[in-house]
Design a protein. Structure first.
Length: 117
């Protein structure tokens, strides 16, 4: 499975960004996906997840601000991030929750989001 996350950048507080994650090497339609992030000096955390049939879940700190979605025709999962806060600064990764739970996830480089105050 190959995962390519992009869309990060530098944005002022209150701004927005849209992250994309292109997935290949697996039948995308049937897999759950998620976005994770790791801030400097912090452990990686689950930000949002989406099931194969579109059910979503969010960490409390991003509820109402972030939206995860997927386009099965493009094998892509998105994270729309609005009302960004400096606390959202982190490297963002996409991955399969099942791989993370099994400890077999490959994380790659992710995409850096920096929110200035």
């Amino acid at each position: 499975v190959q995962l390519q996350a992009c869309g990060g950048g530098l944005v002022q507080a209150g701004g927005c960004l849209r992250l994309s994650c292109a997935v290949s090497g697996i039948f995308f339609t049937i897999i759950d996906m998620a976005w994770y992030r790791q801030a400097p000096g912090m452990q990686r955390e689950l930000v949002a997840s989406i099931t194969s049939d579109g059910g979503t879940n969010y960490v409390d700190s991003v509820k109402g601000r972030f939206t995860i979605s997927r386009d099965n025709a493009k094998n892509t999962v998105y994270l729309q991030m609005n009302s960004l806060e400096p606390e959202d600064t982190a490297v963002y990764y996409c991955n399969r929750p099942i791989s993370v739970r099994r400890g077999s996830a490959y994380w790659g480089q992710g995409t850096l989001v920096t929110v200035s105050s």
